[in-house]
Write a protein that binds this ligand. Structure first.
Ligand code: SF4
Length: 182
């Protein structure tokens, strides 16, 4: 059986376009920014769908995160939340310190993380003590009536697991909701 010579294969549209149109040296020298990057297969941290992701690393830094085409779950696609994983991790606009606005204040103050954690713990316990119901009509309840937990879209599976454990099992808070399905 004879093999077809590659010279008989007609040029692809993109090759024809390159032949027929002038390109600036800048355009010719452009390459994908992920060219030469190390590909690290991973899993989207956000929900139990477990879409496969590909993390692109260059010089020890993450330069992009995209859907993994090899994944049987998502075949290279990601939902809008998963598609923004890179911007969540690498974002110069991300605020990395505590900002506090006192009641009725018109400006934000910078505070330490220790101060914020102490204040949150204190207010949480104060509210719980006010709203805790141990028994009603002879029935043991052990629940809190004045608190709930509403999770943010950027929380991952592990954070949501810990929130469920702390708020529900630890504090007795019943309404717990978040975007991720765990
Ligand atoms: S958040 Fe979106 S991309 Fe991530 S696992 Fe869930 S469905 Fe997939």
């Amino acid at each position: 059986m004879s093999m077809k010579s590659t010279s008989s294969v007609p040029p692809r549209d993109s090759e024809r376009a390159t032949e027929n149109q002038p390109f600036s040296p800048n355009s010719v020298n452009k390459t994908s920014r992920i060219k030469g990057a190390t590909e690290v297969p991973s899993v989207c941290p956000y929900c139990a769908v477990g879409c496969g992701q590909m993390i692109y690393v260059k010089g020890g830094k993450i330069i992009d995160i995209a859907g993994n085409p090899e994944s049987p779950i998502n075949a290279g696609t990601l939902c809008p939340k998963g598609a923004n994983t890179f911007q969540l991790n690498v974002n110069p606009h991300r605020i990395t310190h505590v900002l506090y606005r006192a009641p009725f204040s018109t400006y934000w103050e910078r505070r330490s993380l220790d101060w914020a954690m102490d204040r949150i713990a204190h207010l949480t316990m104060e509210a719980r003590e006010e709203g805790f119901v141990e028994n009603r009509d002879g029935h043991l309840l052990n629940h809190v009536t004045n608190m709930m937990s509403l999770g943010g879209a950027t929380m991952d599976n592990e954070e949501n697991y810990l929130i469920k454990k702390l708020f529900n099992g630890g504090l007795g808070v019943v309404p717990i909701e978040n975007q991720a399905r765990i």
